[in-house]
Design a protein around this ligand. Structure first.
Ligand SMILES: [Zn+2]
Length: 312
């Protein structure tokens, strides 16, 4: 005779049959499965064509701009090591080969940790001089709302072989590529990279199009500099320029202009409060970002870092 006895467990004052935890596990698995699949998919590369042989590659970390042409492959930013084989494969599927040149917009891990693998594979790396300097050292990044990020120094393979201070020109795949550094902004080593004939600019994290920007104030980042940097880029582009942000969707001249307006107004409101002697807590309570919070999200990280950069 089949034993139909059901074992029971007591949880608090309620006795439940032994099959209930199994049912709960199956339900959790079914409900959770789409999220598991989504998180795996979000670490795949998606591609947006932004010109003839020019692409933005979205994956995990900063947006990558790729130039694929008769002279080879040049990319701007390198994401994480686990993403390198994925975008190498994407670039091959787009008709490219090995990555000849890698330009970093800045030294932060989510834009440059892929450097070592690329360097070992033979890519030449270029960055602002201060970014290279930071890549040779251990760095701590304080994003305020998350635990401190510890970024170890890169091996020689991951370090730039060429650097610049204010301006540099590279000629590749039939066009002039200008690297400019108007001054400290998101970090002290930011570069905007212009693909002149394609009319594309990659701004790194000086322009964040996925919420409020982060200012790495502990490492020399500065809201005044961020505004000045954006204004310098705006002065070199036009209404047809493809503007690639460090994070978020591809943007336009008008998007960048509105971003400058937002930062300028927030800075202005904060400066008035700081001039009245307001503490950080008082500035946060005064909601200097409230006109944009519905669109941009939690302003704490921006206000905290902007306050530090405006009060030193
Ligand atoms: Zn960054």
């Amino acid at each position: 005779m089949k034993n139909t006895k059901v074992t029971t467990y007591k949880i608090g004052r309620v006795w439940i049959p032994d099959y209930v935890p199994g049912v709960i596990a199956v339900v959790v698995l079914i409900i959770g499965f789409p999220f598991i699949v989504e998180s795996q998919q979000s670490a795949e590369i998606s591609t947006e064509a932004v010109g003839d042989g020019r692409y933005v590659l979205f994956g995990r970390g900063g947006n990558i701009l790729a130039s694929i042409g008769e002279q080879g492959v040049l990319i701007v930013d390198s994401q994480f090591p686990d993403m390198v084989p994925k975008y190498q494969s994407t670039i091959r599927s787009l008709g490219g080969g090995d990555i000849d040149f890698t330009i970093n917009t800045h030294w932060h891990y989510d834009h440059a940790d892929g450097n070592e693998m690329l360097g070992e594979a033979g890519s030449w790396i270029i960055a602002h001089a201060h970014s290279r300097d930071m890549m040779t050292k251990h760095n701590t990044i304080n994003t305020v709302v998350n635990p401190l990020v510890e970024q170890p120094p890169y091996s020689q393979a991951g370090l730039p072989v060429a650097t610049f201070e204010q301006r540099m020109e590279v000629f590749f795949n039939g066009e002039q590529i200008d690297l400019i550094h108007p001054g400290p902004a998101h970090t002290m080593g930011d570069a905007a990279i212009f693909l002149r004939d394609s009319n594309i600019v990659h701004m790194g994290d000086v322009f964040n199009n996925a919420g409020y920007p982060f200012i790495d104030a502990d490492n020399g980042g500065d809201i005044e500099g961020m505004i000045a940097f954006c204004e310098a880029v705006l002065g070199e582009i036009n209404s047809n320029t493809v503007v690639v942000p460090g994070h978020g969707p591809v943007a336009t001249y008008n998007d960048l202009a509105e971003y400058i307006t937002m930062l300028t107004e927030i800075r202005g409101k904060m400066m008035i409060l700081i001039g009245q002697g307001a503490s950080l807590e008082e500035v946060i309570a005064a909601k200097p970002t409230e006109n944009w919070d519905a669109e941009k999200g939690d302003p704490l990280r921006l206000i905290d870092r902007a306050y530090l950069s405006l009060t030193r």
